[in-house]
Design a protein around this ligand. Structure first.
Ligand SMILES: NC(=O)CC[C@H](N)C(=O)O
Length: 304
């Protein structure tokens, strides 16, 4: 299927729609982003690489990076990782503290903030220089040296990250954070501050459509089983308490971030990235979800 015309048409329609979302205000620098930015980029297994709009402008990928930190921790610890973090949808907001007390500090899944903090703690324990090694890992997956953290965004979030500070200390008190909470939070904020554009994202994530192997030289990043499990988690937990809605409307494994980005994967076929900064009430890109809903409906390419 040639995606170019389809993407152009849907892009035009969705761009013209009213945007019922709002910029996130709890991270001061994200509230300064131009709300009208809108980009889409697809990379396919049959080598199509096509984008429209602001698809070459970098943005803060925020929680999309939680997939990458999980993958690195999974490579380092293997299945033991599931002793520290569960694999169930939370049905609660991404930054909720609610379930932790009853569930004794084991976060519901690695994509809510509580889970991603435990993953950051694992990276801190397992790596000598976690910040540099995580970045090198991300660059290596996509053969792209032009991926960096934003120290400005990380500092902006750190200044007001009271909920994450509370979460991290609470999990520490329950015994599931092994390192100093301040160090875990520093690494977590850096991970969330990664910047990429839609083309970077769709190229990087294509390995999850390829059973966990790099497209270029077929090096395994993950085993086939591990890759299947990451896609399953993206499907069931990638959009927090809107994961059911995303499966219902779009029907692909995916992950969102409060920077307004979404990555979605169709195994064996493609990875597609969308960026539109205004978010719906659940913290997912309003137009990003609209675009992907149209895209999988028009192409009839969803996994269901
Ligand atoms: N959903 C998100 O993208 C949240 C990530 C953000 N850094 C936070 O911790 O709140």
């Amino acid at each position: 299927m040639d995606f170019k015309d389809i993407i152009q048409d849907i892009y035009k329609n969705v761009k013209a729609m009213e945007d019922c979302g709002a910029l996130p205000t709890y991270i001061p620098d994200l509230a300064e982003v131009d709300p009208n930015k809108f980009g889409v980029h697809i990379t396919t297994m049959d080598c199509q690489n096509y984008g429209v709009g602001d698809c070459y402008q970098k943005f803060s990928i925020q929680s999309i990076a939680k997939v990458l930190s999980l993958i690195l921790a999974y490579k380092l610890l293997g299945a033991k990782i599931w002793e520290r973090v569960d694999v169930e949808p939370s049905g609660n907001a991404f930054n909720s503290l609610l379930q932790l007390e009853v569930e004794k500090g084991i976060p519901r899944n690695p994509f809510i903030n509580a889970g991603a903090l435990v993953i950051a703690d694992i990276l801190l324990s397992e790596l000598k220089n976690p910040k540099a090694e995580f970045l090198a890992f991300v660059r290596d997956i996509s053969n792209n040296e032009d991926i960096n953290y934003s120290s400005q965004i990380a500092a902006s979030e750190k200044e007001v990250g009271f909920r994450n500070i509370a979460l991290c200390n609470f999990i520490k008190s329950l015994g599931n954070i092994k390192n100093n909470p301040a160090d875990v939070l520093d690494l977590y904020f850096d991970i969330c501050s990664l910047e990429m554009h839609c083309k970077d994202l769709s190229e990087l994530f294509l390995f999850l459509a390829n059973n966990g192997k790099k497209i270029t030289d077929k090096t395994p990043i993950l085993t086939e089983t591990q890759s299947k499990r990451i896609n399953a988690l993206m499907q069931t937990c990638g959009f927090y308490d809107e994961s059911g809605e995303f499966a219902f409307r779009v029907g692909l494994p995916g992950k969102s971030g409060v920077g307004g980005g979404i990555i979605a994967i169709y195994p064996d076929k493609y990875a597609i990235a969308v960026w539109s900064p205004k978010l719906n009430k659940k913290g997912n890109s309003y137009k990003g979800m609209k675009f992907l809903e149209e895209f999988t409906s028009v192409t009839n390419l969803s996994i269901f």
